[in-house]
Design a protein around this ligand. Structure first.
Ligand code: ZN
Length: 144
């Protein structure tokens, strides 16, 4: 488990998926984690309640970038409601409220951060920013 966790973080950190701006985005939002210096901007294209495109731009530590990258892979092509459910499940796992279940798939490897409160903010930054994007909030997300 630990080895898989490290491999996935390194892989997504080095080769982030969907790491680009999205011109057709219907929702965008920026997030910032001042404790670590992680910054992300999330681009979502929602069409008929389905997430057609999900991309991000950002800089930060390996965990924040890997988590953003894995999130874009996991939530793309889901309905908005399904994506929200994955968000709540993921949040509960990385904060240690719940054990990782199989339906989280690869995201479950990020459960390892639950032991490190500082890292939880890195792992959830992109996710909170995504939620604000689809809810059209105007406030910049900060993990503080
Ligand atoms: Zn970080």
């Amino acid at each position: 488990m630990n080895e898989l966790y490290q491999q996935l973080i390194i892989d997504h950190g080095r080769h982030p998926r969907n790491h680009c701006a999205c011109d057709q985005a219907t929702h965008t939002h920026e997030g910032y984690n001042p404790l670590c210096g992680d910054k992300v901007k999330i681009y979502v294209e929602v069409e008929e309640d389905c997430i057609r495109q999900l991309t991000f731009e950002g800089t930060g530590c390996a965990i924040s970038m890997a988590s953003a990258s894995m999130m874009t892979d996991a939530l793309k092509d889901k309905s908005v409601d399904e994506a929200k459910k994955v968000f709540y499940a993921f949040r509960d796992v990385v904060t240690g409220e719940q054990q990782a279940s199989e339906n989280l798939g690869k995201l479950g490897v990020l459960a390892g951060v639950s032991a490190y409160p500082m890292r939880v903010k890195c792992a959830t930054l992109a996710w909170h920013t995504f939620m604000s994007a689809i809810e059209n909030s105007n406030e910049t997300v900060t993990t503080e």
